[in-house]
Ligand binder design. Structure first.
Ligand code: THU
Length: 133
């Protein structure tokens, strides 16, 4: 997997963030089963609840191209601290992740990166399996 490209994609797309209300830029990049890197930034709205986080923009970008299986995701928010995915984004990651071992790269800058698995940041996730009964 092109993890360097994934991280660079998140860092670059962060500059496209539309965040006039928070001024908090976030960039994300996702790799799916087609091997391509799909990027996305946060997109805010005057009606704050209509805001879309960077992770969801990136994931929905990949899904819109026909993918179903999320292999890895990188995220960069605050450049002075590690920014973890919000709760809604963790739920969306859970929906498409290949499995709980899927890696999430939490990027402060190109030299400071934390690697977490989905299971580490979303234990006990509610998924489609819970609807099977
Ligand atoms: N944000 C993200 O893009 N991803 C997250 O996981 C955390 C929050 C965005 C949403 C909003 O535009 C800004 O950061 C402040 O909450």
């Amino acid at each position: 997997m092109n993890i360097i490209g994934l991280i660079e994609g998140a860092l670059n797309v962060r500059e496209m963030a539309y965040c006039p209300y928070s001024n908090f830029k976030v960039g994300a990049a996702a790799i799916f089963e087609d091997g391509e890197i799909y990027t996305g930034c946060n997109i805010e709205n005057a009606s704050f609840g209509a805001t879309n986080c960077a992770e969801r923009t990136a994931i929905f970008n990949g899904i819109s191209k026909g993918n179903k299986v999320l292999k890895a995701l990188a995220l960069v928010g605050d450049v002075n601290a590690f920014t973890y995915p919000c709760g809604i984004c963790r739920q969306v990651i859970s929906e498409f992740a290949e499995n709980g071992e899927m890696k999430i790269y939490i990027v402060k800058n190109k030299d400071e990166i934390l690697v977490k698995t989905l299971d580490e940041i979303m234990p006990g996730a509610f998924t489609s399996k819970d609807l099977d009964n």
